[in-house]
Design a protein. Structure first.
Length: 140
């Protein structure tokens, strides 16, 4: 008694099964609100980042540092919202842990690099001065 099994196809299935959205990816507010309001966490983060980029662009000579601090602060705000809120909508990309770590690292990197940016860094780091001397920058 042989049972006839259907032939296995080598084609990819048309519909993928078993992939779930990231935890916390439901909209922050119900469907009775318009889309930007439902997705207020990502709207807030993007608004802060765009404001920082505008400040960087229009801020003049020293404005770039203030603008980039706002951009880094926006990324750190995103990490805080992802960590604290149960539902963040489109701010959720991967797992909560991964999203928080990536936003923390990127936000911290932007802030740190802004603090040590030349000319006249707000944070002096001896290691960076030594590297500058190696590549030919004078230590005035």
């Amino acid at each position: 008694m042989s049972e006839s099994r259907p032939a296995r196809s080598r084609r990819r299935p048309m519909k993928t099964a078993g992939i779930l959205p990231p935890e916390g990816s439901a909209a922050a507010l119900g469907r009775s609100h318009p889309l930007p309001v439902r997705q207020w966490p990502i709207t807030l983060v993007l608004s802060v980042v765009v404001a920082g980029l505008a400040l960087t662009f229009f801020g003049g000579h020293e404005g770039f540092k203030y603008g980039l601090m706002v951009v880094g602060g926006g990324l750190l705000l995103g990490a805080l919202l992802r960590l604290v809120l149960p539902e963040v909508g489109m701010l959720a990309v991967r797992s909560r842990f991964t999203d928080v770590i990536v936003l923390l690292v990127l936000g911290s990197a932007v802030v740190l690099l802004t603090l040590v940016a030349q000319p006249d860094p707000w944070l002096k780091m001896r290691l960076l001065d030594n590297i500058g001397q190696l590549v030919g920058r004078s230590n005035n």
